[in-house]
Design a binder for this molecule. Structure first.
Ligand code: ZN
Length: 233
């Protein structure tokens, strides 16, 4: 294998690794965002569970004070009734007291349901909170790992980038220019062509003339995708 091929392959190996690492570096922040969104959604669920529990607790207090108010009203009515002389008025008063007692009975039934609801919601909140804490821990760990990984990738890119100049120095200027142009265009700069004349990059057949040149290991481009070619051995 001619030195230009060997040297270019060495440089290409480094550059491909850098390209892949840069891609990874682009993806990591997106993965972190996704994890942050996941934890925000879990936190919203927790808030919702908390709000529901608070709403019921508030409703319990409201019902209890309504019962207390009616009890006061009943006591007042009872005191008033002791002063009434007329039987019809007295009966009317007793009827009023009964109406108030019925109201209390209804409220007490509602209160029992609220107590059940309260217990359920508190339990749900505790469970949601437990799940949230576990999830938050997991996500934090994952984010820490990704952050550390990004740092490692950056270090590796710097290390590889530092290896490029001595590799470039071994390559003829005009070949290097062609290589860089191909690299910038996003194509694989140097590709294998097999004995059947199929380019390893575009998978199309090159012309017999191009094949002859690759056998001689001259600097030659694929007729289809214009990448530099070397013969597979
Ligand atoms: Zn090709």
């Amino acid at each position: 294998m001619r030195p230009w091929i060997e040297n270019l392959l060495a440089l290409q190996q480094v550059d491909m690794r850098i390209i892949n690492l840069r891609l990874r570096l682009k993806i990591i922040p997106r993965e972190i965002d996704k994890l942050n969104r996941k934890i925000a959604a879990a936190e919203a669920q927790l808030t919702e569970a908390k709000n529901s529990a608070q709403k019921t607790a508030h409703e319990i207090k409201r019902t209890e004070s309504a019962i207390a108010e009616i009890n006061v009203r009943i006591k007042q009515l009872q005191q008033q009734s002791s002063l009434i002389k007329k039987n019809t008025e007295y009966q009317a008063m007793l009827s009023q007291i009964d109406t108030q007692k019925d109201k209390i009975s209804d409220l007490e039934t509602a209160l029992l349901l609220l107590f059940d609801q309260d217990e359920e919601q508190r339990e749900k909140f505790r469970e949601t909170e437990k799940e949230f804490k576990a999830e938050k821990n997991n996500v934090s760990e994952e984010i820490d790992e990704l952050t550390a990984q990004a740092e490692e990738v950056r270090t590796e890119i710097s290390r590889l980038t530092a290896r490029r100049p001595p590799l470039e120095a071994k390559i003829e200027a005009d070949v290097l220019v062609q290589y860089q142009r191909l690299l910038k265009s996003g194509r694989l700069p140097l590709a294998k062509v097999n004995a059947a004349g199929i380019c390893g990059n575009c998978h199309l057949k090159v012309t017999p003339q191009t094949m002859t040149e690759t056998r001689k290991e001259t600097v030659i481009h694929c007729d289809n995708c214009s990448c530099l070619l070397y013969l597979e051995t």
